[in-house]
Design a protein around this ligand. Structure first.
Ligand code: GLP
Length: 244
């Protein structure tokens, strides 16, 4: 695991954005895995700004979404599809055909996970997977208890995750399930970049430093990946000490 300690949140955001821009400019047909959450919003804002400034050609790039809520329409204002459309796809005028989303419409037939995994495989795998982290150490929606070799599947959200995301649903009901790429799917990506910002993530980051392969904190599985970069702002890094 490579750790980058940024001096500020904007610097941490810039580090992640630069990784994506470099990947796409050196290999325009890259397959990028996208994460959602408040943490990633400034990343996409900066990415849009820089891609426009550099006139980066992104028409050959393909994107896989990490997860999606179940029980809401794709067009719901808090769906991850809506999120990525407004933060990335629309501002960069990317085509619908450049995106794949967890196929929530196939869940009732029991083939959603298998189908998504085959799409990822057909695309040649994910070159760079962007990740955030939940306060309980979840990755995507792989909650504590997820297995290291888990694949895309329906997952039950924990109370802590629902509490952290409830504000996105206002008066409406918060979904209790999601379709998420598994830990095994994520570990199959060629490169992982996880961004953690803010003090609410400091405990999970501290736990990550001291544990590995610990199902009670799924982020610890990522340490087994040979190309895993952890980017931290000062608050997220506030509970760890790194000996130089
Ligand atoms: C959700 C998403 C995760 C994301 C996490 C953190 O649970 N499924 O992919 O990493 O939220 O969100 P935030 O960045 O808002 O703290």
């Amino acid at each position: 695991m490579r750790i980058i300690l940024a001096d500020s949140t904007p610097e941490a955001v810039q580090t992640v954005t630069t990784t994506v821009l470099e990947k796409i400019s050196s290999y325009p047909s890259s397959v990028i895995g996208l994460a959602t959450g408040r943490t990633m919003e400034p990343v996409y804002a900066h990415l849009v700004e820089e891609a426009k400034r550099l006139a980066l050609k992104m028409d050959k790039t393909f994107f896989f979404m990490l997860d999606e809520y179940l029980g809401i329409e794709e067009s719901h204002p808090s769906s991850f599809k809506t999120y990525i459309k407004s933060h990335l796809q629309n501002p960069l005028h990317l085509h619908d055909s450049q995106f794949a989303f967890p196929p929530t419409h196939l869940v009732s037939q029991g083939i959603a996970g298998e189908h998504y995994e085959s799409l990822i495989k057909e695309a040649g795998g994910i070159d760079l997977q962007l990740l955030g982290i939940g306060v309980n150490g979840h990755i995507g929606f792989n909650e504590p208890g997820s297995a290291a070799d888990s694949k895309t599947r329906v997952v039950e959200l924990t109370e802590s995750t629902k509490a952290a995301n409830r504000s996105h649903f206002g008066e409406g009901e918060m979904p209790s399930k999601a379709l998420s790429m598994g830990i095994g799917s994520i570990l199959s990506a060629k490169e992982l970049v996880l961004l953690a910002t803010g003090k609410s993530k400091a405990d999970a980051i501290k736990y990550l430093m001291n544990h590995h392969d610990d199902e009670s904190c799924p982020v610890t599985y990522l340490k087994a990946h040979p190309h895993f970069t952890l980017v931290l702002d000062p608050e997220a890094a506030s509970k760890i000490s790194l000996k130089i």
